[in-house]
Write a protein of this length. Structure first.
Length: 186
């Protein structure tokens, strides 16, 4: 059974939690209701107070939770058992946790600003050096015609395609009004 340790900073308590894996989902039975000390004292000797406890199943997802609710009401963080020997490297616990966070939530503000800055600098360097991002590709129409992939259109087909494109552009640009100044009224 997978037990996980959680430490609460507020009450300085470390608690072992039983979190099961059912169908690939981490679940835990959380105590919702139990008897008070006075009610336990009133029970007959043969009655077990644990019979009166009410639990609910809480689902966490594909991974065990990093924080859970402590008995005092605060949040308790998971204590990592047997952390890797490498403290800061590609396979350290911190790096793996950051890769998981990045995969689920994407870049944070600092990472996005750094990426944007580096991209702008790289673009400026390419513009200064005169290099192009992509080179022009000119198809060899003779070879394509021999392969049967292209053919030359006759005058009627050219006229039909030109008219079709004009009509399509007119419909897509709301009757040809996009990009034109509004008429003066009055």
């Amino acid at each position: 059974m997978p037990y996980y340790s959680y430490h609460c900073q507020e009450c300085d308590n470390t608690d072992m939690r039983l979190i099961r894996v059912e169908d690939g989902v981490f679940t835990e039975e959380v105590l919702v209701k139990s008897l008070t000390k006075e009610q336990v004292k009133k029970l007959p000797a043969w009655d077990d107070p644990r019979d009166y406890e009410v639990y609910k199943t809480k689902k966490y997802g594909k991974n065990p939770p990093d924080t859970v609710k402590c008995l005092c009401g605060a949040k308790a963080e998971r204590v990592v058992e047997n952390p890797p020997d490498i403290k800061h490297g590609r396979n350290s616990w911190h790096a793996m946790r950051e890769r998981k966070r990045y995969a689920e939530h994407g870049m944070d503000k600092k990472q996005a600003e750094q990426f944007y800055k580096e991209s702008c600098e790289a673009s400026k360097n390419r513009v200064k050096s005169g290099n192009q991002h992509y080179k022009a590709v000119v198809p060899n129409y003779e070879v394509l015609r021999k392969q049967g992939k292209v053919r030359k259109l006759n005058d009627k087909e050219v006229e039909h395609k030109v008219q079709y494109l004009k009509d399509a552009n007119r419909v897509l640009t709301k009757g040809g009004t996009i990009g034109k100044k509004p008429r003066k009224k009055g």
